[in-house]
Write a protein that binds this ligand. Structure first.
Ligand code: FAD
Length: 531
């Protein structure tokens, strides 16, 4: 039976934690957030939905693949952030799309844009809907009707070039379906964001997502040969090239464009052979700082480990990988071509220089669910989105902040973001709580710290608490010299920080580009830039 997407939160109906498991989770978490009883909030049901009537209907030529039932519209109202799940649990569907279009092909996408233009509607490109920054919701202060353009039917690998090891792939394909189609060719894109199961190639490109590789090829950008998109002003396709110095790159303009310039329908992506050799290990450190210095040494070594993730002791404890005292550095290498044990051995020496001992894991044990710290962390990583929704369903505040900063600022930066977050949680009446940190990606010149907050929420007031804490954390990140986001995109939620971070003239340049490809401002108004 086909799995049905949950309309109010992460994943699929019937998957994740059931009520008994959620009550068990409540008992585990309560001591960490003040000990008060945590009760389960019933998730919304389809019967409860009572959305305002759609303000427009599709023309007969499009009607066969457009839907306007409450379930479909509610499922496309929000992304999957903490704020989105809280609003859904509160039964708030503030600005649902009037119609959800499921174009069957690229011409269908163009037809949606033409129809929206003639109907004076806004179009929101929708891939997997896993945005955590308000990227797929209707603009709050725009009265135009809204069409959500769900790319889910553009889900094929259209062509494989084995010689160049690349493939032409449609933009709406979700992670698992993409890998399923590449597997028979012995190839892989090997891009695994945590949202892999329900996020799409087009969404990854539009948000510059960060994936599996902790060093070197960290963002999807590195795998792009060319991109094809439909804009309201016409179609756009770059030439397939392994590299080019011909002026500013058209692909770079679409990468991170978050749907404001056009709908990405296809891309030629660089692939790899499936890895056959792996080696990995785990090192324990007495302090997070020592672990970070070891990660820096690995990042600057030229070894390019595929995994180089540092978990602080709290993160290790919460994910079930550690005892709550040691900070863990997970190190892994992989190759389709050659053994990687020598690289791991050298990594062990570098780790040793910084006070850690790398425990090498048995060969081939780094498969999902392996019964050691790294295996437990990996399976917790994959389950985390369901767990997050379960925590939100217990009335807690559960948010993540991620950023990147250069090594010269790293230690005071992490300390100041932690301190600002804790102070804001206390001020918002959301303390005691848990603040943990991990490094998701490591560069020669810096790293990407990722903070997770679990804190008690006040019923009916959680969104205000969240907004205050988020603002304080983002402010500390900006003051400390970090980026407003390393891989969660800008959307609407990160606009204030993005506006502060980018040069003013660049904003003008983006607006000018948008006027060329989208003169009527149909696409995602208010995301990234103001009209
Ligand atoms: C639990 C969880 C874990 C996550 N982990 C990661 C992670 O590890 N790494 C990471 O990078 N991100 C992560 N994210 C954030 C999110 O998954 C990424 O931003 C992802 O790239 C979005 O892909 P999507 O297909 O779901 O896009 P959507 O959410 O559908 O859309 C995101 C933005 O891109 C636009 N868009 C979507 N498709 C297209 C298209 N074809 N053409 C033009 N514009 C388009 C949308 O309009 C929107 O502005 C996570 C999110 C969740 C909920």
């Amino acid at each position: 039976m086909a799995r049905e997407r949950r309309f109010w939160g992460w994943g699929f109906e019937g998957e994740g934690l059931d009520r008994v498991a959620q009550e068990g989770l409540a008992a585990l978490v309560a001591p960490l957030v003040g000990g008060g009883p945590l009760t389960v909030i019933d998730p919304p049901t389809v019967d409860e939905l009572d959305l305002p009537a759609p303000r427009l209907s599709p023309p007969p030529t499009l009607a066969a693949w457009c839907r306007a039932d409450d379930r479909t519209r509610a499922g496309h109202t929000y992304g999957k952030s903490f704020r989105d799940v809280v609003r859904a649990l509160d039964r708030r569907w503030d600005r649902p799309p009037d119609v959800v279009a499921f174009p069957p092909d690229e011409d269908g996408v163009a037809a949606v844009l033409d129809w929206a233009s003639s109907a004076g509607a806004v179009v929101i490109p929708y891939g997997g809907g896993s945005s955590v920054v308000g990227g797929v919701e209707a603009p709050p202060d725009d009265d135009r009707p809204v069409v959500s353009c769900d790319l889910g039917r553009l889900d094929g690998v259209l062509e494989v070039d084995r010689t160049s090891r690349a493939a032409r792939i449609q933009g709406g394909v979700l992670g698992p379906a993409l890998e399923d189609q590449l597997r028979p060719h012995g190839l892989t894109l090997r891009h695994y964001p945590q949202s892999f199961e329900v996020s799409s190639l087009g969404g990854w490109l539009a948000t510059r997502s960060g994936g599996h590789f902790a060093t070197l090829h960290t963002h999807i950008d590195e795998f792009v040969e060319s991109i094809r998109a439909v804009t309201p002003a016409g179609r756009w396709e770059s030439r397939r090239l392994p590299g080019s110095g011909a002026g500013p790159s058209p692909d770079r303009l679409l990468l991170g464009s978050e749907g404001i310039f056009g709908v990405i329908t296809e891309a030629w992506m660089r692939l790899g052979d499936r890895p056959a050799f792996r080696a990995s290990g785990v090192a324990r450190f007495a302090t997070f700082e020592e672990g970070a210095r070891a990660a820096r040494a690995l990042g600057q070594s030229g070894l390019w480990p595929s995994n180089c993730r540092l978990l602080d002791a709290t993160e290790a404890l919460v994910s079930g990988s550690g005892d709550g005292h040691a900070h863990l550095l997970l190190v892994g290498f992989e190759s389709a071509d050659h053994p990687v044990d020598a690289a791991l051995a050298r990594a062990g020496e570098l780790v040793g220089d910084h006070g850690g001992t790398l425990e090498v894991r048995p060969a081939r044990a780094d498969v999902e669910g392996a019964d050691d710290a790294a295996g437990r962390w990996r399976s917790a990583f994959l389950r985390a989105p369901y767990l997050r929704d379960a925590l939100v369903g217990l009335g807690l505040v559960n948010e993540t902040f991620e950023t990147a900063v250069t090594w010269d600022r790293f230690e005071p930066f992490v300390a100041s973001v932690r301190a600002a977050t804790e102070e804001a949680l206390r001020a918002a009446g959301a303390w005691p709580g848990v603040i943990s940190c991990r490094l998701t990606h490591v560069y020669p010149d810096g790293a990407a710290p990722y903070f997770t907050v679990i804190a008690p929420g006040r019923p009916g007031d959680r969104l205000r608490q969240w907004a205050e804490v988020k603002e304080a954390a983002m402010d500390a990140i900006a003051v400390g010299g970090g980026t407003v986001t390393h891989h969660h995109a800008v959307g609407r939620d990160h606009r204030p920080g993005y506006d502060r971070q980018r040069p003013g003239l660049f904003a003008e340049q983006l607006r000018a580009s948008k006027r060329v490809v989208d003169p009527e401002g149909l696409l995602n108004p208010g995301v990234l830039i103001d009209p």
